[in-house]
Design a protein around this ligand. Structure first.
Ligand code: SF4
Length: 331
């Protein structure tokens, strides 16, 4: 079946993925493959703007890639690669930086957030982050970028840079990417307060053992007003219930919804039911992950092959870009 266009998306190498990554991004990555030619990039260079140590960069990259593949990303058709393996992106970033107004870059919410969270390391790379992001997207002539509603302003900025470049050099070589709004589920961590995140240690890893998963689910915060087993609870404010809605059969969700309100079910039982359903849901993922892990060098080979395919597209774009700028040719 003919594909509708090319999708690009990138994610920082954060190692083993958790439920929040899965529900918020990976699931969508997998689904997009049916309709689009997909290019998925592990953005290790972006990570350098804020990481304190690069010690685990290699391991985190491989762990993340293996989770993507185990979840259903198909490397035979989808290009999966590491950002730094295609150095053309750095070159394009430099050219795009010349048409990116500094005032706008420092005004973007992401830059302000980075300054707020890393006040001791406000670096040049942070300012240029959206420019590098634009280079990532346009280098592969991507038509579509899936983003949540909160990311839309950054895509609009990317489109502006593309227009500025094309205008300045009187060319149509760069394509303005279109936004594909995706419903990004905000998954709360086991603390029931913050977004699920590794750095907050409130996450549930996809690759955990079933026992570890049960242990983690047992730690989940429920309706804070329900102090005793005999107190009626309110599923509407309970994160365990939100998870049930995603992983449990409708009948069970309805039962919990009704029973919790009259103290007919206890939180321990409720959590165990969720943990069991989650483990069942993740069974095929975990089996596939084990299979991939058993193949020595497989993930590295996939990433190398992805980089080769990405480079082919990238170099072609760069030839057009250099010509459009009228950079002096070499023999
Ligand atoms: S019974 Fe379930 S839904 Fe109700 S408060 Fe406890 S964990 Fe939450």
């Amino acid at each position: 079946m003919a594909k509708k266009g090319r999708v690009f998306s990138g994610a920082r190498p954060t190692g083993r993925q958790h439920l929040g990554n899965y529900l918020g991004a990976i699931q969508n990555y997998v689904a997009l493959q049916d309709d689009y030619e997909c290019v998925y990039c592990i953005v290790d260079v972006h990570a350098l703007t804020t990481v304190e140590t690069t010690e685990n960069l290699q391991e985190n990259t491989l762990e993340m890639a293996i989770d993507w593949l185990a979840a259903g990303i198909r490397p035979e058709e989808t290009i999966v690669f590491v950002q730094s393996h295609v150095p053309q992106v750095m070159e394009l970033h430099t050219y795009l930086s010349m048409v990116s107004p500094l005032g706008k870059l420092t005004d973007l919410p992401t830059f302000k957030d980075m300054v707020r969270y890393h006040p001791d390391n406000v670096n040049y790379g942070m300012v240029g982050y959206p420019v590098l992001m634009t280079a990532d997207i346009v280098l592969y002539k991507s038509d579509i970028v899936p983003v949540g509603i909160d990311q839309a302003p950054h895509l609009e900025f990317a489109r502006e840079i593309v227009r500025s470049f094309n205008y300045r050099y009187n060319t149509k070589v760069l394509i303005e990417p279109q936004v594909k709004h995706t419903e990004v589920l905000k998954v709360l961590g086991i603390d029931g307060k913050e977004k699920m995140s590794k750095s907050l240690n409130n996450h549930i890893e996809l690759a955990s053992t079933p026992e570890e998963t049960v242990k983690r689910v047992r730690e989940m915060v429920t309706d804070p007003a329900r102090m005793r087993r005999t107190d009626p609870g309110n599923p509407d404010v309970c994160n365990v219930f939100s998870m049930h809605k995603l992983f449990s059969a409708q009948e069970e969700v309805d039962m919990i919804n009704a029973e919790c309100r009259k103290a007919g079910i206890g939180c321990v039982d409720c959590k165990l039911r969720f943990a069991n359903n989650l483990n069942k849901h993740l069974e095929p993922f975990r089996a596939r992950r084990a299979e991939l892990e058993a193949k020595s060098n497989y993930i590295q080979d996939v990433l190398d092959d992805g980089a080769k395919r990405a480079q082919t597209i990238a170099e072609k774009t760069m030839e057009e870009v250099r010509d459009a700028i009228q950079l002096p040719r070499k023999k």
